[in-house]
Write a protein that binds this ligand. Sequence first.
Ligand code: GTP
Ligand code: CA
Length: 490
Amino acid sequence: KEKPKNPWHKAVVIFIAVLGIIAIVALVTTAVLQNKPLQQKFKYGIVLDAGSSHTAVYIYEWPAEKENDTGRVKQKHFCQVKGPGISSYSLSPEQAGHSLRLCIQEAVLNVPRRRHHETPLYLGATAGMRLLRMENQSLCDQVLGSVEKVLQSTPFDYQGARIISGQEEGAFGWVTVNYLSDRLKQGSGTTGALDLGGASTQITFATNQDETGESAENTVTFRLYGNDYFLYTHSFLCYGKDQVLKLALAQQTQAGASTLLDPCFNQGYSTNLSYSSVYSSPCITTQKPLAAGEGFTHRGTGNALQCQEVVRRIFNFSGCTFSHCSFNGVYQPPLQGQFGAFSAYYFVMNFLNLTSDTLENNMEKMARYCSTPWTQIKQQFPNVKEKYLAEYCFSGTYILFLLTHGYNFTSDTWSNIKFIKKISGSDAGWTLGYMLNLTNMIPAEAPDTPPLPHAGYVTLLLFTSLLLFLILLCSLRSLWVRCTSQRQII
Ligand SMILES: Nc1nc2c(ncn2[C@@H]2O[C@H](COP(=O)(O)OP(=O)(O)OP(=O)(O)O)[C@@H](O)[C@H]2O)c(=O)[nH]1
Ligand SMILES: [Ca+2]
């Protein structure tokens, strides 16, 4: 028998086949591995919101490898500190730090131990501490020192405790709302932020650059993801819901009588209040009336229209030196766009069922709530804290007045306000924006996007493997056919 013409032919075919199979297996394996979700690694950050009425601890979490992507940071855990805000411990400053311990222990359990030392921890104090600083700088320092001592002893990367400014509080609330609703990358159509606390209230919205020229103290500019934002912001100290109630009580007790008949509280409501509890706040600039005794009886008469008049008197609408003002001579450009209203705006409006109705219907509902007798209110809501229940007529009337007469929302623009508590599972408030800023997690310029999204890359790889496999199959087949036909000829 004669040997084949080319003795290497068969070996070459086998060699190519093996090589081809190895290449295909490698490609498919890469594609499959690429598509398998990697085990997520998370990083953490902690912010303590030391508000006037209480302190809250927020733990945030984000995927370690995607720090600069918008919408990646989420609220993982929330802990409400028992007791009042830290400014209330001015007479026993040690207690201020001590009050935080339980929530700190919870934080230790909620962040994986290996991440503790690299988890930044911040404390920001707001209006309660601003008022204490105005009253007594030394007591204010002692309270901050006390919380500092406790926070330094945690396993976290403590980054400082400070009183944030009203502008920061407003601007970071705006950043939070727009980050969570993923509006920052789009560059247009941001949402304004309305925050109502216990001692101050903030309004912040994006406006045109020329509108910000009138008042530098009300302007904050940001460059985020390649877009410039010109924000109008103002924080009204003393116009949070607890301090504004003191303003209303002080204004109604000027004569120093022993009984106050208050239209902003339900008929049948009655409690004894000391004059000092009202007049000791730095928000109250008038002196306790000379004729006044120790205290007075605070009695409700439940009349919404009269309550509006009480509320009107705590606003000053004269003396605007700018082209437009909100109230108390404060500059405010014309309102722009949608708004998210959170914290006490949400608590009060949600309870009163005023979050999704017209302004006119809300006024009617408000009038009905105020004129309901106190005994009936208590019966209707046995599980709601009495202090909150008693104040809803006043707080609701104040909120409606502030938004309309104060900030100039009208019946037509009322529906631009959304009353919100959370956005995508995270609380609306200044804390998230504050942390994103301090950890540089929002870049000024838009990050380069990969030329192909991940899924596209995987699809392309699989498709190429399949094509290669088919080509290999065809060429092997034709080689084999040629090889065997040669033998037959031989
Ligand atoms: N009705 C009602 N009121 C609440 C609730 N939680 C808090 N509040 C009150 O709502 C007001 C505002 O609360 P926060 O937004 O926590 O205020 P804060 O941060 O302590 O105060 P600032 O330092 O002024 O921001 C305070 O008077 C609280 O007592 C709630 O669940 N229901
Ligand atoms: Ca607050």
